[in-house]
Design a protein around this ligand. Structure first.
Ligand SMILES: [Zn+2]
Length: 80
């Protein structure tokens, strides 16, 4: 179940998006072991990772919540 905030003013939303696109581009990282994709824009609710958290900001000993692979097993995906 996704729970997206829909009550933000439109202007604020598009401004935020512009900011992210120009200076702070969100990326996706795929686990090469199990195929799980971490989306920086969405974060990972089950792992307590807030939306917008950069993959590179994860602790060095962080590992995939599904298969326990280390960060080095993740590959950065190109934008949509
Ligand atoms: Zn994995």
């Amino acid at each position: 179940m996704k729970h997206k905030e829909k009550n933000l003013p439109v202007i604020k939303c598009s401004l935020l998006k512009q900011l992210q696109e120009s200076e702070n581009v969100m990326s996706k990282y795929e686990c090469s072991v199990c195929g799980w994709v971490y989306d920086e824009e969405e974060g990972f609710d089950g792992g307590g990772i807030a939306p917008g958290t950069k993959f590179e900001d994860f602790a060095e000993d962080w590992f995939c919540p599904f298969c326990s692979a280390g960060k080095e097993k993740f590959n950065k995906l190109r934008g949509t």
